[in-house]
Design a protein around this ligand. Structure first.
Ligand code: AR6
Length: 180
C-alpha cells in the first residue's frame, strides 16, 4: 500500500478487489449500454445485486468519458459511479482525453454527492486494451489536478487487481510527484 497527501486529500494505491471497498463510492469501468459486462463491471453487478442493473436500465446508457451514479445495492459503498473509458485503438483517437474525462467526471459526481472518499479501478486497461503504464499516468495526473483545485474529497483510492497494474500506478505516482 502506498499513500501520499496532496493539498487536503490522500491518494492511496492498494492491490485488491474494488467490490470490498467501504468508500463513499466505488467506480465501475462500464460500457456505454450500462447493462453489465465482464471484468470489474461483472464483479460489481454480481456483488451488488440485481437492483443495480435495474437502476442502470433507467439511466439509459452513458457516453464514453461521462459518468452516472446509482446506489451501491448490497455493497458496502453507498454509491456506484459508472463511467465509460475509451476502447484503445492506436492512441490517436482521443483515448487519452476520454480516459482523463472519465476520471474527472467521476470525481465531479462524487463532489456533487458530497462524498468524502472514492475508489477507482484501472479504467480501460482490461477488456478495453489501454496500455496500463500510459493509463496509470493519465489516471494519477487527472486525480492530482482535481485534488489540487478541490478540497472536498479526502480520499481517492486506486484498487488494482494485480501486481502488474499496482506497480504501474506506483511508478506513475512516484514520477508525477517528482515532477511537481
Ligand atoms: N476489483 C478491481 N479491479 C478489477 C476487478 C475487481 N473486482 N476485476 C477486474 N479488475 P475491465 P475495461 C481490473 O476489463 O478495460 C466490461 O465488460 C482488471 O484486471 O474490467 O474498462 C465492461 O462492461 C483491469 O485491470 O474494464 C466493458 O464492456 C481493470 O479492472 C469493458 O469490460 C479494468 O478491466 C470495460 O473494459
Amino acid at each position: 500500500m502506498v499513500n501520499i497527501t496532496i493539498n487536503r486529500s490522500t491518494i492511496e494505491l492498494v492491490e485488491g478487489d474494488i467490490t470490498k471497498q467501504e468508500t463513499g463510492a466505488i467506480v465501475n469501468a462500464a460500457n456505454p449500454g450500462l447493462l453489465g459486462g465482464s471484468g470489474v463491471d461483472g464483479a460489481i453487478h454480481k456483488a451488488g445485486g440485481p437492483q443495480i442493473q435495474e437502476e442502470c436500465r433507467k439511466l439509459g446508457g452513458c457516453p464514453t468519458g461521462e459518468a452516472r451514479i446509482t446506489t451501491g445495492g448490497n455493497l458496502k459503498a453507498r454509491y456506484i459511479i459508472h463511467t465509460v473509458g475509451p476502447i484503445y485503438h492506436n492512441g490517436k483517437q482521443q483515448e487519452a482525453e476520454l480516459l482523463s474525462r472519465a476520471y474527472r467526471n467521476s470525481l465531479n459526481l462524487a463532489s456533487q454527492y458530497k462524498l468524502k472518499s472514492i475508489a477507482f479501478p484501472s479504467i480501460s486497461t482490461g477488456a478495453y486494451g489501454y496500455p496500463v503504464d500510459a493509463a496509470a499516468k493519465i489516471a494519477i495526473k487527472t486525480v492530482m489536478d482535481y485534488i489540487n483545485t478541490h478540497t472536498d474529497i479526502e480520499l481517492v483510492r486506486f484498487v488494482l487487481f494485480d501486481q502488474r497494474s499496482y506497480q504501474a500506478y506506483k511508478k506513475a505516482l512516484e514520477e508525477l510527484i517528482e515532477q511537481k
